[in-house]
Design a protein around this ligand. Structure first.
Ligand code: SAJ
Length: 422
């Protein structure tokens, strides 16, 4: 089975690397995005997102003529949909997934579909979304047959193959990770495998679309629940005067225990979101998953309370007025050694702190040149040495390599990552 042209719909953090990797295997790739600026940037051989080495791969793919971006879907042999699945807005929606981007993507490709094509949903989706996508496609193209009505004989193949790559390591993980292939029928799965085998070196494991959807949600819920456990332990240990970092090291010496690391909360675009898709579909049966979300979402507030206690301590011990107390916050990104500040609990903490603290709030973030507008007015972005020279309190929020392992001297420390006070 050969694929002469592949179309990737949605050129974001997953779609663009996927398009570029296919193109790097010398297959013609048409990238489709609703944003004209994104399309123009890519067609210049540049990128609009941050991911190591992606600029090089995209530049080569565009220059060699294998990758081209457009706002209008064109005919292809395979369509990969990698659009966002956010929550529905509005007070009546309790973290309900919003499938409108998938619906729009389906409508945009429907006119150019032809017999023999495959449509793959890669976006993280609630169970049933792939069947829903197939229904939207069938509605738009009554002249073609689809797996939900024609099974193995369908004109169009449909599958869910969730992305599972770690931001910061996308290009490597796209190739090396195993891939879950959830075809609506076995024939759909076989075509999807042939497609992914163009670049995937990991194993392609077949299941059905609904299990593949649940698999992705389960992976991120697994991580969320495990992080919630250590975040809860960190608060319990604080009450009991125990070092949670030492506790974790000791407990992890048990052959069947593998605790993760507490932090200031859970950020990013996946782990804090995907578990809600399960909760929203099965609210009565997903008590643990919901509770874990609650624990992780509350952690930034707990960190703020710790910072406030440190401010009170400095005020009492150094006899300083609150407005003279300088708090330096180390790290803003949602996890270490990356520059992605979106959905970051550290940004949330710094923002809230700066709105209540009468003194200066400094941020040290070696991975960015400017602060996001949400905190820009009240927080000063400074170098580490400067911060350490003037700070009364040092708050470690992200364990970037640059911050080292040695605790700064002569300051009150709030270490949410266990790097300085482990
Ligand atoms: N975190 C902790 N303690 C830990 C590990 C992580 O507090 O021990 C925090 C991080 O600081 C961060 C958040 O969790 O704020 C999420 O970081 P992460 O590294 O766990 O995950 P993401 O969001 O970068 O990527 C996840 C990955 N999923 C899993 O590892 C199960 C990735 O493979 C998925 O492809 C990605 O979500 C996605 O797109 O769904």
């Amino acid at each position: 089975m050969t694929f002469k042209t592949i179309s990737v719909i949605g050129l974001g953090y997953i779609g663009l690397p996927t398009a570029a990797v296919f193109a790097s295997r010398k297959i013609k790739v048409i990238g489709v995005d609703i944003d004209q600026k994104t399309v123009d940037t890519i067609n210049r051989g540049q990128i609009h997102i941050v991911e190591p080495d992606l600029d090089i791969v995209v530049h080569a793919a565009v220059t060699e003529g294998y990758l081209r971006a457009t706002t209008m879907a064109e005919a292809a042999d395979a369509f990969l949909i990698a659009v966002p699945t956010p929550f529905k807005s509005g007070i009546t929606s309790d973290h309900e997934p919003d499938l409108s981007y998938i619906e729009s993507a389906s409508q945009s490709i429907a006119p150019v579909l032809k017999k023999g094509d495959i449509v793959i949903l890669e976006s993280t989706s609630p169970v049933g979304a792939t069947e829903q996508m197939a229904a939207w496609l069938a509605q738009a193209r009554p002249d073609l047959t689809f797996p939900q009505t024609h099974g193995e004989e369908s004109d169009i193949r449909v599958a869910h193959c969730p992305e599972r790559v770690l931001p910061g390591q996308v290009l490597r993980e796209l190739v090396q990770n195993d891939r879950v292939i959830g075809g609506m029928t076995p024939a759909c799965s076989n075509v999807a495998i042939a497609l992914y085998k163009v670049f995937v070196q990991g194993e392609c494991v077949i299941t059905n679309a609904r299990t593949a959807e649940m698999c992705k949600l389960t992976e991120n819920s697994f991580r969320d629940v495990n992080i919630a456990l250590v975040n809860e332990l960190s608060m319990i240990c604080d009450e009991l005067g125990i070092s949670v970092w030492e506790l974790i090291r000791l407990a992890n010496r048990h052959p069947r225990v593998n605790l993760l690391q507490p932090g200031p909360g859970v950020g990013g675009h996946c782990i804090a979101i995907d578990p809600w898709f399960i909760v929203s579909q099965s609210p009565e049966s997903s008590k643990l998953i919901r509770a874990a979300r609650g624990v992780n979402d509350e952690k930034p507030e707990w960190v703020l309370r710790k910072i406030n206690k440190a401010i009170s301590k400095v005020r009492d011990e150094k006899r300083k007025a609150t407005e003279d107390i300088v708090v330096a916050c180390f790290g803003l990104s949602f996890k270490p050694n990356i520059d992605d500040l979106r959905e970051s609990p550290s940004v949330e903490i710094v923002k809230k702190l700066s709105s209540v603290h009468a003194g200066r709030v400094l941020a040290i973030e070696p991975h960015v040149k400017d602060l996001p507008s949400s905190i820009g007015g009240q927080v000063e972005l400074v170098e580490m040495d400067y911060a350490l020279g003037v700070a009364d309190i040092a708050v470690l929020l992200v364990d970037h390599r640059e911050f080292g392992k040695n605790a700064p001297k002569d300051v009150e420390i709030v270490d949410t990552r266990g790097i300085w006070v482990a």
